[in-house]
Write a new protein. Structure first.
Length: 584
């Protein structure tokens, strides 16, 4: 059961999706490259994959279903075993009485349909769907294994109870630790902890030995959550296993160690950054999970919008100067810099970076990993980079006086320098640079723009509207100018100009099975601080941060809390989330 080329051509022309000349050109290319004509039409951008599959479904008289955002109940999903579903691209998604609706890519696969019919003893109703829809549902087989992962942990932990516990700081030799790392129960537990974290969208895994047990926590959407506990006896083997994976010294327990390794499994590829720190009860492990298949972010996708986005885009067109992103650890500074480099990454420019660590690989960008142990610091690396004829330099972080001086010098000598600083707001970056012995006149000559940011959790699918009470308004007034926020919301046309704060609709999260706390994913709240002529004069005069902040506000700079209130009024996040990340 397949659509002939002539049939496809007739229906495409009738629908007005392509011209006859385009179809014939695609047919010629398909013949030369020995591809299906449908594949060529999609790759050339003449029709979308979904449009083509919908058309094929119409021609064949088979209903089309879009499953890209669907969640299938586990009891229906399991009617077709995972190996069959995966190898034949067929999944069960709906059951009514004796009828089972199955989605597939190839409706001509009659043998598989017959096999499922006999196994399930149900009438099979085939439906056509997209490869992306099948991929989404196949991931859900993994999600139904979460409970099984928990059971595995308990089962293997029971085996580990018999393993000899660690005696003192150097109680086990390197050979004994190596043996513990290769124990099958230990391998399974470490694999399970990582898989469970990936399925739960965790960014970090914390493995912490406490007095009588081992606590495992996952950071999901910026919040640490308890995942499970293991017997204290398990920690020796787990630490040894992770040290082996990260190529670290097994017998070193007194000093911190850092390393990394990769996980490549059918559904995902992750780079895992490992940090091991000696603590009172043993060694604490933190593993940062970095997806190697993560799609590049856009500035709009990160949450920048309106005037703030225009300011960023204007300053990115400048060929020289400094662009700084500020905020605390884990607020998405590096992700923002990667999104900026994605925009700047064209064949006409040479981009070089110094990073610690390299979080994502980017094509056509020369990325260098800082290695302080062998003398490759940010400062030394920056000296070498300027001799590599770069147009754009990205320095992962300005940490010391020397790096600050070299970054400013690079900006003065005709380069665009992108970097990050740890400050609470945008204006604070100027004071921080002065603390690092940078001359005010050099700062004013090189700084183009400073972007401060935080990450707030986004609402899941559902949310509840509500209005603020008097007590809540008084509490919020401690952290922001309510009149200014009202003016901004009115300017954004989110409220009428004379609307009082009590009448503004905000939202709270609605809890669900998919989102236990009502949030899923994160978005940025920003303040963009362009360095104008009047700001430059203040810097040279040695004005303090308050004076510069007042001038920036007069020029129209919106603070992070104001940007957060816009997103709260739009129903993207809650006021509680905005205040949570701002109040430190």
């Amino acid at each position: 059961m397949r659509v002939e080329d002539q049939q496809l051509k007739a229906f495409l022309l009738d629908a007005g999706l392509i011209t006859e000349a385009q179809f014939e050109k695609a047919r010629e290319k398909a013949k030369k490259s020995r591809q299906k004509i449908s594949d060529v039409l999609i790759s050339e951008g003449l029709v979308s994959q979904e449009e083509l599959i919908k058309l094929e479904a119409y021609i064949l008289g088979i209903p089309f279903v879009n499953l890209e955002k669907e969640i299938i109940p586990p009891e229906i999903l399991k009617i077709i075993p995972e190996p069959i579903a995966r190898s034949h691209n067929i999944i069960a998604f709906r059951k009514k009485e004796n009828n089972l609706e199955v989605a597939m890519i190839d409706p001509g696969d009659l043998r598989t349909i017959e096999f499922i019919k006999k196994k399930a003893n149900l009438k099979i109703l085939p439906r056509l769907t997209t490869p992306q829809g099948i991929k989404n549902i196949l991931k859900q087989y993994r999600k139904t294994l979460k409970v099984e992962f928990g059971e595995l942990i308990k089962k293997e932990a029971g085996v580990i109870k018999s393993i000899k516990p660690v005696k003192g700081e150097t109680g086990e030799s390197k050979e004994e630790l190596q043996k513990a790392a290769e124990e099958l129960p230990t391998i399974r537990i470490v694999d399970t902890l990582i898989k469970y974290a990936i399925l739960g969208r965790a960014s970090d895994i914390h493995i912490e030995p406490v007095e009588k047990e081992v606590l495992v926590r996952y950071r999901i959407d910026g919040i640490l959550r308890d995942a499970m506990t293991l017997p204290k006896q398990a920690i020796s083997g787990i630490v040894a296993r992770i040290k082996v994976l990260a190529n670290l010294r097994l017998d070193e327990r007194r000093l911190p160690q850092d390393g990394r390794f990769k996980i490549e499994i059918e559904d995902y590829r992750y780079s895992v950054r490992v940090s091991i720190l000696p603590i009172f009860n043993g060694e604490k492990i933190v593993m940062r999970l970095l997806s190697e298949e993560a799609k590049g972010y856009t500035l709009e996708g990160l949450g920048l919008r309106g005037q703030a986005l225009e300011e960023i885009q204007t300053n990115l067109r400048k060929p020289t100067g400094m662009f700084l992103v500020t905020g605390p650890t884990g607020c998405g500074k590096t992700t923002t810099l990667y999104a900026i480099m994605e925009i700047l990454n064209t064949p006409e420019v040479n981009i070089s970076t110094l990073e610690d660590p390299i979080e994502y690989r980017m094509s056509r960008i020369n990325q260098t990993q800082v290695r302080p142990k062998i003398g490759l610091t940010f400062a030394n690396g920056l000296r070498a980079l300027v001799r590599q004829d770069p147009d754009i330099i990205m320095v992962g972080e300005i940490r010391d006086n020397e790096t600050a001086a070299l970054s400013i010098n690079a900006a003065l000598t005709g380069h665009l320098v992108l970097s990050t600083l740890h400050t609470t707001d945008a204006v604070g970056a100027i004071s921080r640079l002065i603390d690092m012995k940078a001359e005010p006149f050099l700062i004013s000559s090189t700084l183009n723009v400073i972007l401060a940011q935080r990450l707030v959790r986004k609402f899941c699918k559902d949310k509840k509207p509500y209005y603020l009470k008097e007590a809540e308004i008084k509490n919020i007034a401690k952290y922001c100018d309510l009149d200014q926020i009202q003016r901004i919301l009115a300017a954004e046309k989110l409220i009428e100009p004379k609307t009082s704060f009590k009448e503004i609709k905000f939202y709270r999260p609605e809890k669900s099975k998919k989102c236990p706390d009502g949030y899923r994913g994160r978005i940025g709240i920003f303040e963009v601080f362009p360095i104008t002529e009047s700001i430059k004069e203040l810097i040279i005069k040695g004005a303090d941060a308050n004076q510069i902040q007042i001038q920036a506000r007069e020029q129209g700079m919106r603070t992070m809390v104001e940007d957060g209130f816009i997103k709260a009024a739009q129903g993207i996040t809650s006021i509680e989330e905005v205040l949570r990340v701002i109040i430190e």
